[in-house]
Design a protein around this ligand. Structure first.
Ligand code: SER
Length: 309
């Protein structure tokens, strides 16, 4: 019943009332997989990493564990469970805003984790390390919960930085060499007319997009070439008779938009001229516009590849 949005676009959205303090029927430690759709990213799709639809893995503490447990678990999940190479992981923490200071607590815990692993300090601070439904602290309306976050980036060696990027600092990278693969939001504040106040609970909101984790696990800097998207791209090559390497942008748009459409249809959204239905219609139209000469009636095998994913 969230009137602020047409779609669920993050893990925290369906849990807002519990983050605000209402007891959750399943307790104060949760895990989930949330289907997410970000209409705001439609125009971004076409590069190596943006998708409108993705699945977010989450773990949640509703006033239970906090930074000192969460950060070592975050690292353990990435390096032990997923076996990501630790030298490719980079960390960012919140730089501070008004009465909420630089997150020295998260930084200290990360330093301990890295030192125990024999790694040098790879922690950077940024003022965009913050999560709320409306973005950074200045953009939040009154009554909105939010908090600082810590983010982990994966470094792809095969991508060359653009001129605007700066070495090993993921906060100064725009080219996709550094990919944010997961974050933990320390959801502990609410914005009021008199500035930020503490929520009744200090919560943790861990979120990790399955598609991006897979790109890191497969060390594949092009999400559309991971084992999840490859069969979809191959089906598009087959029906169009054209190779992916010469049509990357178009094929990524087709793959992402049709995949998102399949999931929206599955969620009972019907193409129309308003609200959710309008967005679905736009996705389908953009996918078809990128097909070139190919007749959309030939897309069945592409849809099949998405359904079988
Ligand atoms: N951790 C979430 C995200 O990144 C917020 O719920 O979307």
């Amino acid at each position: 019943n969230d009137p602020t949005t047409l779609f669920t676009s993050s893990g925290m959205q369906p849990l807002i009332s519990y983050l605000l303090g209402e007891p959750h029927p399943s307790g104060n430690r949760l895990v989930d997989v949330q289907n997410c759709f970000r209409a705001v990213d439609i125009e971004e799709v076409g590069d190596n990493r943006h998708t409108t639809f993705f699945r977010m893995l989450g773990n949640w503490s509703l006033g239970d564990y906090f930074k000192s447990e969460e950060i070592p678990w975050f690292w353990e999940f990435l390096t032990k469970e997923l076996r990501l190479p630790k030298e490719k992981l980079y960390i960012t923490v919140f730089k501070g805003y008004e009465n909420i200071g630089y997150d020295t607590e998260a930084e200290k815990i990360w330093k301990e984790v890295l030192t125990n692993e024999g790694l040098e300090n790879k922690i950077f601070a940024d003022d965009t390390n913050w999560w709320s439904r409306s973005g950074t602290p200045d953009k939040m309306p009154g009554g909105e919960p939010g908090g600082p976050d810590t983010e982990v980036y994966f470094k792809f060696d095969d991508i060359e930085h653009s001129d605007k990027c700066d070495g090993d600092d993921p906060t100064k990278c725009e080219c996709g060499k550094f990919l944010e693969i997961a974050n933990s939001v320390f959801m502990q504040y609410i914005k009021t007319e008199d500035g930020f106040k503490e929520l009744p609970n200090k919560n943790v909101d861990f979120g990790a997009g399955v598609e991006r984790l897979l790109a890191a696990a497969q060390n594949q800097s092009d999400i559309f070439q991971t084992s999840l998207f490859k069969p979809i791209i191959e089906a598009i090559e087959e029906v169009t008779g054209r190779p992916y390497k010469d049509n990357q942008r178009e094929f990524r748009i087709i793959a992402d938009h049709l995949r998102a459409s399949v999931y929206l249809l599955d969620a009972k959204v019907i193409p129309s001229n308003k609200e959710r239905g309008y967005i679905l219609r736009r996705l389908i139209r953009r996918a078809v516009d990128n097909l070139g000469e190919t007749n959309p009636s030939q897309l069945e095998s592409v849809i099949q590849a998405i359904v079988e994913e």
